[in-house]
Every structure is written in structure tokens, then in C-alpha cells.
Design a binder for this molecule. Sequence first.
Ligand code: NAD
Length: 500
Amino acid sequence: MTSFTREFDTPVFKGKVDFPTGVYINGKFAAGSDNTTINIINPTNGEIMAKVAEATPKDVDRAVDAAQKAFDTTWGLHAPGTLRAKLLNKLASLMEEHQDRLSAVEAVNNGKTFNWAKYGDVAMAIETVKYYAGWADKIQGKTIETSKGKLAYTRHEPIGVVGQIVAWNFPILLMCWKIAPALACGNTIIFKPSEFTPLSALYLASLTQAAGFPPGVLNVVTGTGPTIGEAISSHMGIEKISFTGSTKVGRRIMECASKSNLKNVTLELGGKSPNVIFNDADVELAVGWTSHGIFWSAGQACAAGSRIYVQSGIYDKFLKLFREKTQSLKLGDPFSTDAYQGPVVSKEHYDRVMGYIASGKADGATVYQGGERHGDAGYWIQPTIFTDVKPDMKIVKEEIFGPVGVVIRFEDEDDVVRQANDTVYGLAAAIFTQDISRAMDVSERLKAGTVWINSALEVNAAIPFGGYKQSGIGRDLGEYALSHYTNVKAVHVNIGNTRI
Ligand code: NAD
């Protein structure tokens, strides 16, 4: 069976990482049933750096059997909330112990910097597991008065075997957003990471094993979307699917769910989020957050503020400072001490983002900053700002998912609200103003699942995250996510034995 073994000797992390990279089913790592593997590429140089097992639909069947057995015997209604909380807390402690190693794996596989992985992604993944550990023994229904001699109560029961499929941009974080609430509620899981970034999911699986989760409670199958992803979303033994990825694949997931067993679907999809800066904003503050909002993680964030609307009174000042800020962002080795941005995740994605930059140039937009490849090897792209754009250009309408922002001048509030809402997406928005009444009014008028006032791209385990319109269905995080992982059962009790 394959494994990932590497001795890191870098300025930010020194140490050995070693874990199996087979499929993780019923508490054991093994080769896939066809014994084939997937090559995992290091995006800083394009070289193969690991192999993981390629699961088959047969492996998904095996995983579902194991998950159902666990649900019926050791988990589900058989594991009290206190036990689920204890195991989730144990997992969080192990993640803290392994924080540097998990971050190194995330950096080497995804291309994000070690420091952002450690203090951003992995730190928040740990917070998420702890947060849902706190909920595990508080999943409870209500007692409802009916009439004399009768009452009803509700039970929030785990759904059963749930499928979870995620994207490659925040691998371990998205995994914890999915698995932690599902486990807290008592479900068992078939989890599929992206075929581009499966390493941290397998590392985390080994930590769940060490934490003492019973076999079959969490199963990780590594494979491609059209084979394993479809096998999960079409499976008759999986009763719920939660997905994070593109809107295109989200549609397909829903189709497979509807054609199979009508499994319950939660979707966290793409975005083209507006970032609105009014004349009365603190311009330096707005520049800082706007830059973070579009360039953090090389712009590979679903809620990236990629449409930047600036009111005419501060347009020139903002643009000048925004360019200076962008020029100060250091691109470099993810394991250096001071790199802000690493490469994008893969050759395919590099080509896609560069294709959008080429389309902006061809459509007549001005490249105000960047617009080229950075370096000779690997997949770095210069942080790029376009100006002089038109509403129907592809770079204004479509999700680029890279370090590319468009800056658009606006005159008044109604105008900017109309433009900001002129999109099929509705994931997030940011507003910069010192006028709290305007901030609250505009945040109400924007059709988005999250609105940041005077900041951007901030997430918190306790705060729901998800989209309006084609950005998704349902919410990850917070108390809201729990409702996606339980079935509500109403029990009517005729206490007084009333006869009919
Ligand atoms: P993607 O949709 O191509 O892939 C996501 C996952 O779906 C991967 O695991 C992939 O293997 C799987 N998949 C692909 N085809 C499938 C199929 N036919 N059936 C089932 N599964 C299939 O997305 P990506 O390129 O990995 O990620 C980028 C997208 O993810 C962007 O659109 C981004 O906005 C979105 N995203 C959204 C959120 C959110 O919370 N809203 C968070 C992160 C990323």
C-alpha cells in the first residue's frame, strides 16, 4: 500500500511526516480494489510527490456497508452525545499535537504557505472540531403542548450514512466543516477529498483512528469526481450528501441525488462576490481588507471579493494605494518565512486562470497591475488588477478562482447595489463605510449569505456560511449546520389514554 513519507527541513518546519495513503474504510487503510493509484503533484514544481490509492465504486460500496454497520452498532443512537463530544475533543487535541505536520502536508499539496496553513486553515479546522464537540451532547428536540392528556415531543435523530465531497482550496478546513457537525449529530461518513489534494484528509483519517472513533464511523475514499463522486451521490445506501465545490458539479450532484434515492442535499458552491467601498470609507483599512479578500490563498477562495466597486470620490486614491499594496505582496516558496502567496493548485487550474486573464486583455480591459506568470517553474500567477471593464466581460461575470480582481467605479448607493446583485451568485459581499446606517441598509439589500462590514473573508466556526442563489443550498458552520445532519421525528403521546 502507498504512503506519504517526507523529512521536511525548511525555515518554517523541520520534521518527519509519515502516514498511509490507501483508502480508509472500516478503520483500516488499504489499496483500492483495482490496485491503481493517483499521482499527487507538487504545484511549486509540477513534480509527482506522492501516490494515493484510487478508489473504485466497489470501494464506495464497501465503505457504505462499514458505515451502515457502525451506525447500527457503535455510533448513531448507540453513542451518547458525551462520547461523541469526548472523541471529537480528543481528535482536536491530536490535531493540535500534529498542527505543524498537518500544515506542512497542506502547504506541499495545495501550494498555500505553511504559515497561512498553520495559523489559518489548520487552526480554524481545530476550532471547528472543538466547536462541534461542544454541541455533541446538546442535540435535542422540543416538547410541544397539544391538548389536555396529550403532548408531543421532537427528537433530532442522526440521518445515517452521509456522503461528503469537497474541493481542493481549503482541504482540511472544508473536511472539518463537514465531518465535525455530522459526527457530533451521530452520523457515519463516506468522505471524498479532491483528487488534487487528498493528503491531509488521509492524515486526518489516521488521527481519527488514533482518537478512538469506532471503525466505519469515518471512511475516506480517494478518487476522481466522475467515478467516486458520482458513486457517492448516486448511492442508494447514502441518505444525505453535503458538497463543496463548483456550481456546475453541484447541479450534477443534485441530479444524481434526485435520480437515485432523493437523498437530502446541501451545496456550498461558487461565487463572484462584490466588495463595495464608499467615499466615506477608511481608505487604508479598505485597501488592506480588499487585498486580503481577493489575493489571500492566491484568490482560490469561494468568497473572494473579486468584483471591487469603488465610489468615484475616492476611486483614484484607492486604486493607487491598492496597486502599492498588491506590489508589496511577496510570492514565493510556501515554506519560506515571508511568502504571502504560493502557486495555484495545479497546471489545469493555472491554465484556467491564465485563460481568464487572456480573455480580459482580449476584451479590452486594462491590466492595471500584474497579468502575467510569476517565475519559470510551478504555477505562480501575479496578483492581477483589471480596470476599464464592462459588465458583460467574462472576467466580470464568471468565477475566476485565482488572484484576479476587477475594479469598477460607481456613483451612488442604488447604482452599486444593482451592480453588486447583478450576478447568478450570492455567496458573500463586503462593504466599507464609516456610516453604520448605510452599512446596515446596504447589507440588507445585498443578496448574499455573508456580508462583511469593514472586513473581508473572515469565517468563524460559530457563524453560518453559505450562499444565496446559485451559490448554494443550506449552511455550513454554526448551529445552523446541525439541522442538515439530523432528521426531526415528532412523537405524539396520548398520556391520558384518551379514547376515540
Ligand atoms: P469541483 O466542483 O470541480 O470539484 C469539487 C469536488 O467534486 C472534488 O472532490 C471533485 O472530485 C468532485 N466532483 C467532480 N465531479 C463530480 C461529479 N460528477 N460528481 C460528484 N463529485 C464530483 O470544484 P473544485 O475545482 O475542486 O473547487 C473550486 C470550486 O469550489 C469553486 O467554484 C469554489 O467557489 C467552490 N468552493 C465553494 C466553497 C463554499 O463554501 N461555497 C468553498 C470552497 C470552494
